[in-house]
Design a binder for this molecule. Structure first.
Ligand code: PMP
Length: 348
């Protein structure tokens, strides 16, 4: 009875599991939110926009689209805005990928990709990272379509610019680069969108701009790609970016000084946390994101996850595949990370 009225599609789906949003007070290092608040200009802009919610918002994100275009020196026709990058990515999959052209991605990467592939009837093929979790040169050779997270998640590791170019130039069809964790020191492919007619770069304001709760993200690419995404949007939901999100996102993108300062602090905390964990004897992958991927052997990752939780610290444990002995740990404030390092010292 439970699924009696479900469509065959809904019955067959295995949806993505989002990280826990606990009600109790924990040191929350599990969903890669920013440790610091957004620019104060965001609150002011949202409050102002909240004073008039009578009218529908502009379908294309309006001032948000303009601010993103301005930030990157692009035309607004090169920007597509939506309600978080999960939505941008889902629409990009629908707009650019086809069932008869396999989509290539990495074997260790964002676990939402197979869910969308399944939902949209696409074939997703994986190429392995090397033993150190780096992208291997030539590994995408012959691919017709690619989706890549850079820096990668959950490893935190970024590919070199030369390798990114090799992948974009070596792919016949579209290449989507998900730069959810841009801002924390990695190289970005975004300045190349004018050079490559098959490149779409996706950015979110959830991480480096501290706006996971607002739901705002965008894609940058040549107008012929952006029009494809708009075609999908206008066949699904004409108003994905509400007035509050558009106002807040535009204000955040226009306060680059705040953004830089905040990301700089996180990068500093990340690097000293990584060193402290290495000193404790852990293998920690090099990270250009706002999280660390930490291998646990004694105790194993599952036990370490529970022991941390018992001490009031919540991290992310995926528990499958070749990274089942790793924990992903978001970089919090300095105090959060001191508490985390101390707990790791006691548990190990
Ligand atoms: N891409 C990657 C690699 C992510 O880790 C996330 C966060 N879960 C997203 C996209 C989606 O982020 P949002 O929808 O908050 O923009």
């Amino acid at each position: 009875m439970e699924k009696a009225y479900w469509s065959a599609k809904a019955r067959a789906l295995r949806p993505y599991t989002a990280g826990e949003q606990p009600r109790e007070k924990l040191i929350k290092l599990n969903t890669n939110e920013n440790a610091y608040p957004p620019s104060p200009r965001v609150t002011a802009a949202v409050a102002e926009a909240a004073a008039d919610l009578r009218l529908y918002p502009p379908s294309d994100g309006g001032i948000f689209r303009e601010a993103a275009a301005q930030l990157h020196g692009l035309d607004t026709t090169q920007i597509f805005c939506a309600n978080g990058s999960d939505e941008v990515l889902a629409q990009a999959f629908l707009a650019l990928f086809d069932p008869d052209r396999p989509v290539y991605t990495l074997d260790v990467t964002y676990s939402f990709y197979p869910v969308w592939a399944d939902l949209f009837g696409l074939e997703l093929r994986t190429v392995p990272l090397d033993k150190d979790y780096a992208v291997m040169p030539g590994s995408f050779a012959g691919a017709g379509a690619v989706v890549l997270t850079n820096p990668n998640a959950p490893t935190g590791m970024a590919a070199r610019p030369g390798l990114l170019r090799e992948i974009i130039e070596g792919t016949d069809g579209p290449v989507i680069i998900d730069e959810a964790y841009a801002g924390f020191g990695s190289h970005s492919a975004l300045p190349w969108v004018g050079e490559y007619d098959n490149l779409l770069v996706v950015r979110t304001l959830s991480k480096s701009y501290s706006l996971a709760g607002l739901r705002a993200a965008y894609a940058a690419g040549q107008p012929h790609l952006i029009t494809a995404l708009e075609t999908i949007r206008n066949s699904y939901n004409s108003y994905p970016v509400d007035r509050l999100a558009a106002a807040g996102a535009a204000a955040a993108l226009r306060d680059e000084a705040w953004h830089k300062e905040c990301c700089g602090r996180i990068m500093k905390t990340r690097d000293r946390t990584r060193q402290a964990l290495i000193d404790l004897g852990h293998r920690v992958l090099p990270s250009e994101a706002n999280f660390l991927f930490v291998e646990c052997t004694d105790p194993d990752a599952a036990s370490m996850f529970q022991a941390l939780r018992d001490r009031g610290i919540l991290v992310r444990y995926f528990g499958s595949g070749r990274t089942r002995n790793f924990l992903r740990v978001t970089i919090g404030t300095d105090d959060d990370m001191d508490a985390f390092i101390k707990a790791m010292e006691h548990i190990s």
